[in-house]
Design a protein around this ligand. Sequence first.
Ligand SMILES: Cc1cc2nc3c(=O)[nH]c(=O)nc-3n(C[C@H](O)[C@H](O)[C@H](O)COP(=O)(O)O)c2cc1C
Length: 207
Amino acid sequence: MPDILVLAAHPQLAHSRVTRRLIDAAAALPAGRVAVRDLYASYPDYAIDVQAEQSWLQQAKMLVWLHPLHWYSMPPLLKLWLDEVFAFGWAYGPGGQALRDKDLWLATSTGGAAEAYRPDGHNRYFFDAFLPPYEQTAALCGMRWLPPLVLHGAHRASAAELDEHAATFADRLMRWPDWPEIASMEPAPECSVPGDARPGETGADAA
Ligand SMILES: Cc1cc2nc3c(=O)[nH]c(=O)nc-3n(C[C@H](O)[C@H](O)[C@H](O)COP(=O)(O)O)c2cc1C
């Protein structure tokens, strides 16, 4: 199993320009560098194999979430995956150490242009304002949250812009963990969840 696990989640991959392009770019990297998984193809019935997913995660050192932004967040199957796979007592909470010291990287795209993600734009907030739930998810699990790769204005991106974006994605995957930003990053902040935070649930029982 490679150190990097790219988990792609797109409900309509056949209609994708960006996500599909990045999946192809990752899959074309030298054998053994990354494992690329298409979540919607794996679970068309939404019946996630939690044990298998946890086992893949345990073997990886960096998890990449690759998805289009949907309603300022992740597509629903990835959210379900998160609900079920990042379990109390496994990913966080007492005994929940499985993801500690791994990296989490988000590669996403938005229909809104960069100018739409401003206080005077129709999305009203800078894009970073939508990221704390991701960042804190990483922190709660002891994962390092890496600076996301975002393509704004996905529908209007030219072929050349898509080429460049895919090349950047591939280059980052090849170079990780030797990114200039990583050298100056702190470890994930300590967020220990008390043992009585989820009464009645212990360790691996808790989903
Ligand atoms: C259900 C749905 C919700 C979306 N929500 C947002 C959103 O909140 N903000 C935004 O900028 N774009 C939004 N979009 C546009 C997608 O982010 C855009 O189509 C996608 O990034 C393009 O990537 P793709 O070529 O891989 O499909 C949404 C699209 C769909 C279908």
